[in-house]
Design a protein around this ligand. Structure first.
Ligand code: FAD
Length: 473
């Protein structure tokens, strides 16, 4: 028999459940859909799309060695997928479609329609839990509800998990050659706005594994101490590969647990901390399923919908272009625009700055991030933004707010990171670099071509606290 495997955010040949299971059932034909209208609606960045298509091109070469053709078709919106896939399956005489689940509302609706169409045509559909360790809905509170807080979720996941849950699945074997030609992959369809994406993240499985192995062998042990310092190479930088599915969650989890002698929440502090971050990834995907409103631009804490966020395009523009007068915030925003990636500590700092200090709607920042990130991911990005804005699950309490200057002094103490991204401040000493123009209205006649702070931290802190308090009265 012949089977159609539909690749989405699982652009890999190794440890791909749908691919492997389909290969056990018959000969495989792969398909990847280009969905430009939907991707634009989802604010997927040209950086991410360029990277994904480059990964698809590598996957195609890899699959060719197994005699598996990979077709590439265009279906502008998700709503165009079912018809296209069904026609394809019929013309190729495939018996069924195989894919790994995705968890956004639009993705779930799309998949439901594909299954209905295949059902109606008498063809089979096979879906797999692959992007997460535990299928959403399987781990619940004692009351049978979805977890809303991370720590109890993590504990429950660890109680539930068995080694087979994170054991990578076998690779498909070579099949006899089919008389079906692969389609060219339009890698240049999106022009990245950031530079050196493919140099930093080579778009193939072997390179991703090399980075994973390097990290596990030589850096994860120091992760707990180093992960908050953006000038250090303290985190794994694996996120673009994880988001595109070039690496699987099981491959990452398995590598870390093996290095920790099979332990999840004891053993090496760096490894347990990193495993915890992988569980945050899991948590936000479960939240998407249990609370679909977060996929629809709604806050998790519904009452925060009533907050009157300010609209000020000049402030927004200063934040986006890295000209707020707060060096760490500016360095981070410039890193994002230049590279398509931002360090986690700085994602929190810049997100809190926009939503709390500037009191601009967190959705503005969420969208700006998606439009630039090479690792943009609805669940993690939305989760991170809502956490920072205190509108989300497990949210930072509204009165807890980062001071961008203290964050800078603490996590970039000698200004190395700032000096890299805000070169106009490079000559300042280690103290002045964190707030060069404090209390000034502009350094018109000074040597520094750098703006004065666009907001007063204490006053803006008070303003947002009052706004949140107002929700309760
Ligand atoms: P590591 O520290 O090495 O962590 C390993 C992996 O764990 C990451 O690659 C990621 O898959 C996962 N992970 C780590 N932290 C988190 C977290 N807080 N939430 C969910 N997963 C996590 N991550 C994305 O993958 N895509 C996004 O679009 C995204 N947007 C974010 C927006 C905001 C405002 C915030 C605060 C966080 C966001 N994150 C996002 C989470 C986190 O910042 C990145 O996953 C991390 O910086 C990626 O770098 P790394 O691979 O070196 O991470």
């Amino acid at each position: 028999t012949r089977q159609l495997v539909w690749f989405r955010t699982d652009i890999r040949a190794e440890d791909n459940k749908a691919l492997y299971q389909a290969s056990q059932a018959g000969d495989v034909v792969g398909v990847y859909l280009i969905q430009p209208g939907q991707w634009a609606n989802h604010d997927d960045s040209p950086n991410k799309l360029f990277f994904s298509l480059s990964c698809v091109a590598s996957l195609q070469q890899r699959l060719a060695k197994l005699n598996i053709p990979l077709l590439v078709k265009e279906a502008v919106y998700y709503s165009d997928s079912a018809e296209l896939l069904l026609n394809l399956a019929r013309s190729l005489e495939c018996q069924g479609i195989w894919f790994n689940d995705e968890y956004g509302v639009n993705e779930q609706n799309r998949d439901r329609k594909v299954i209905e169409a295949f059902d109606a045509a008498g063809l089979s559909s096979h879906r797999f839990t692959d992007a997460v360790l535990v299928e959403p809905g399987r781990v619940m509170t004692g009351k049978g509800e979805a977890f809303k807080v991370f720590t109890p979720f993590k504990k429950a996941v660890y109680r539930h998990l068995r080694p087979e849950d994170w054991m990578p699945c076998p690779s498909p074997s070579k099949q006899t050659s089919l008389d079906i030609a692969s389609d060219p992959v339009p890698v240049d369809r999106y022009t990245p706005t950031a530079s050196n994406i493919l140099e930093r993240w080579e778009p193939d499985e072997a390179s991703a594994h090399k980075c994973l192995n390097d990290f596990i062998e030589s850096r994860v042990q120091r992760y707990a101490e180093q992960r908050d310092f953006p000038a250090l190479d303290g985190t794994s930088s694996l996120s673009p590969w994880l988001v595109a599915g070039v690496l699987s969650i099981r491959q990452c989890f398995d590598a870390a647990v093996c290095a920790n002698n099979g332990e999840l929440d004891s053993g090496n502090a760096g490894i347990t901390c990193w495993l915890g971050e992988l569980v945050w990834r899991e948590f936000y995907k479960h939240i998407l399923v249990a609370f679909p409103r977060v996929s629809m631009h709604r806050p998790f804490q519904v009452e925060t919908d009533k907050l009157s966020w300010r609209h000020d395009s000049a402030l927004q523009e200063a934040w986006e272009s890295g000209k707020t007068g707060f060096p760490l915030v500016d360095a981070a925003m410039r890193q994002l625009v230049a590279t398509g990636w931002m360090h986690n500590r700085l994602r929190m700092v810049t997100a809190m700055f926009l939503s709390k200090n500037l009191m601009l709607d967190w959705r503005i920042g969420e969208r700006f991030f998606m439009r630039h990130l090479v690792d943009g991911d609805l669940a993690a990005n939305n989760g991170g933004w809502q956490w920072s804005a205190s509108t989300g699950t497990d949210a930072a309490p509204y009165f807890r707010m980062f001071n961008p200057v203290s964050q800078s002094e603490k996590f970039d103490p000698d200004g190395t990171f700032i000096r890299t991204w805000v070169p106009e401040l490079a000559a300042l000493d280690n103290k002045a670099i964190h707030q060069p123009l404090k209390g000034k209205t502009g350094d018109l006649f000074g040597a520094l071509d750098y703006p004065a702070p666009i907001v007063d931290h204490s006053a803006s802190r008070q303003r947002v606290i009052e706004a949140f308090k107002g929700l309760r009265s």
